[in-house]
Design a protein around this ligand. Structure first.
Ligand SMILES: [Zn+2]
Length: 525
């Protein structure tokens, strides 16, 4: 594990209000960032908004506001959503900020001088919503955009181009030498077959047909075309090419910093092909991994406002708290695959994992300790085989969890913790504490309570990057002092003797699936 960690979400395009699909990627990044911080890794977590382009200019005009006013309003909504989702980002970059604009202009100047960019003429098939030119082969006979499948039209203009062939050998070398550069691995073949092997045209990096963008100093009728502007946010936010570039030095330039970009499939090729080439042109190091996450649909349909099937996380958070929402996103389907949101799945996921497994274990344990030991966690004395088995399983769970999280597999890591909790629930059935109490076997009974407490608190540590609201409540109901909340204590077995437990309200009340399904469906619009 590297000493530092820099993780980024895509910068979101603020042409529509944020919904649970946007929240998905940001939440997963947040979980990974919180996990790394918990492990003592110096972490920087960036998100933001991509605020230039024709589509924004058009939308602002439709609303009768300036493009800046338009993006200000939507960027604020994104920031509010991240607050509600308890996202722990260190910075929020907006591509209209001066700190970004100036550096992008410098980068463009550098590319011109470095002969990476030349002025030419672009002719091609243009998709207005995607702001992308496509080649004849890409649009096919039906002339549809390969990304969004909308009709494209013929267009041409004077434009600057980034030379794709110049750095292609570097890109191929990067892919060969770093087999985990694109994850999941299946995405690599897709990228090679769909784009690289078919031959790369030079990338158009300027536009003259609209002016809501970063102006090219050397030729002000051009604005910088979206990807050169957008992708560079990952370094401008760190202060690259600025007076204060301490964060850039600290994270980007340190070989002992792991750099991870999390992106959606629709923009993966820009991150996998163009971004490494831009970095090469700037003489900068490469990111370690570009992780392509899947898409979240609603009841099997793509979420979109025009279809009227968008779920906002806010009413869900208001009704259930933020943790069940974060839990659903992290746990329902494996990170990197496509997944589905539905009201039933949400209610069932909450019940199965949080109410029945984790929550139930906590409330049973707390009430047994209250009943049999006057609320004081007993000491582990002369543990038997069952206790030893759980100790071994706990250690195994911790190391599996760490390996999976480090490998960007949070869903599988959380599943390991759920299995440990399952075993602890079964351990109650096997040891039958109520019988031990009746028979006066106090030492055995105390051992069961000590082991259950340990399992709950180890699991709470492991789940804390996801369950940001509940973890502190669990610690408080077991009276865990700060020292023992630290991750370093996780390998101690049963260090919680003498803590005083307190019965509280159920952390995860069981949801009535029928009632909640109706409620959630009523708020999807
Ligand atoms: Zn398109």
């Amino acid at each position: 594990m590297k000493k530092k960690f820099y993780i980024t979400t895509p910068i979101y395009y603020p042409s529509a209000e944020a919904h649970i699909g946007h929240a998905y990627c940001t939440t997963m990044c947040d979980i990974l960032a919180r996990y790394k911080r918990m492990r003592g890794v110096e972490t920087y977590f960036l998100t933001g908004t991509d605020e230039h382009g024709q589509k924004i200019q058009t939308k602002a005009a439709e609303k009768g506001v300036t493009p800046q006013e338009y993006v200000d309003e939507i960027a604020a909504k994104f920031q509010d959503l991240w607050k509600a989702m308890r996202i722990s980002n260190d910075d929020f970059i907006r591509t209209t900020q001066e700190r970004h604009v100036r550096v992008v202009q410098d980068i463009f100047t550098h590319f011109l001088k470095n002969d990476d960019i030349y002025l030419g003429k672009y002719e091609g098939w243009y998709c207005t919503p995607c702001e992308s030119f496509w080649t004849e082969t890409q649009v096919g006979e039906e002339h549809l955009c390969p990304d969004c499948h909308r009709p494209v039209h013929r267009d041409s203009e004077e434009a600057y181009f980034f030379k794709m062939q110049k750095y292609l050998p570097d890109l191929m070398k990067l892919m060969d030498e770093n087999p985990k550069f694109i994850l999941p691995i299946s995405r690599k073949n897709e990228m090679m077959n769909t784009f690289i092997n078919k031959g790369l045209d030079d990338l158009c990096v300027s536009r003259t047909s609209f002016d809501w963008g970063i102006q090219i100093r050397e030729n002000p009728k051009h604005v910088i075309y979206v990807w050169l502007d957008a992708l560079t946010n990952y370094i401008t936010a760190l202060g690259y090419d600025s007076k204060d570039d301490s964060l850039f030095k600290k994270f980007w330039e340190d070989p002992d910093c792991e750099i991870v970009h999390i992106v959606g499939a629709d923009i993966s090729r820009f991150h996998v092909i163009y971004w490494p080439m831009f970095l090469k042109g700037l003489g900068l190091r490469m990111p370690d991994r570009v992780f392509v996450h899947g898409l979240l649909d609603l009841n099997g349909e793509k979420m979109s406002k025009s279809r009227g099937n968008v779920v906002s996380p806010i009413p869900l958070i208001e009704r259930y708290g933020v943790d069940p929402v974060r839990w659903f996103l992290a746990k329902e389907f494996s990170f990197g695959t496509n997944g589905r949101f539905s009201s039933e799945l949400f209610a069932e996921r909450t019940n199965t994992d949080l109410a029945n497994n984790y929550g139930n274990l906590i409330s049973r344990t707390v009430s047994m300790i209250s009943k049999y030991f006057e609320g004081v966690v007993p000491e582990l004395k002369n543990p038997g085989e069952k206790e030893e088995n759980i100790r071994v399983l706990t250690e195994k769970t911790i190391s599996q969890y760490e390996a999976l999280m480090d490998d960007l597999k949070p869903t599988e890591a959380l599943e390991c913790v759920m299995e440990l909790l399952n075993v602890a629930n079964k351990y109650i059935e096997e040891t039958q504490p109520w019988v031990l109490a009746k028979e006066g076997k106090t030492e055995e009974l105390g051992n069961v309570m000590a082991v259950l407490t340990n399992t709950i608190l180890v699991s709470t540590k492991l789940l804390s990057p996801v369950l940001v609201e509940s973890a502190p409540k669990v610690y408080s109901s077991f009276g865990v002092p700060e020292e023992l909340q630290k991750y370093e204590t996780i390998h101690q077995f049963c260090p919680y003797a003498k803590l005083k437990v307190e019965k509280g309200a159920a952390l995860f009340p069981r949801l009535d699936v029928k009632v909640e399904t109706e409620y959630i469906d009523s708020i999807s619009k």
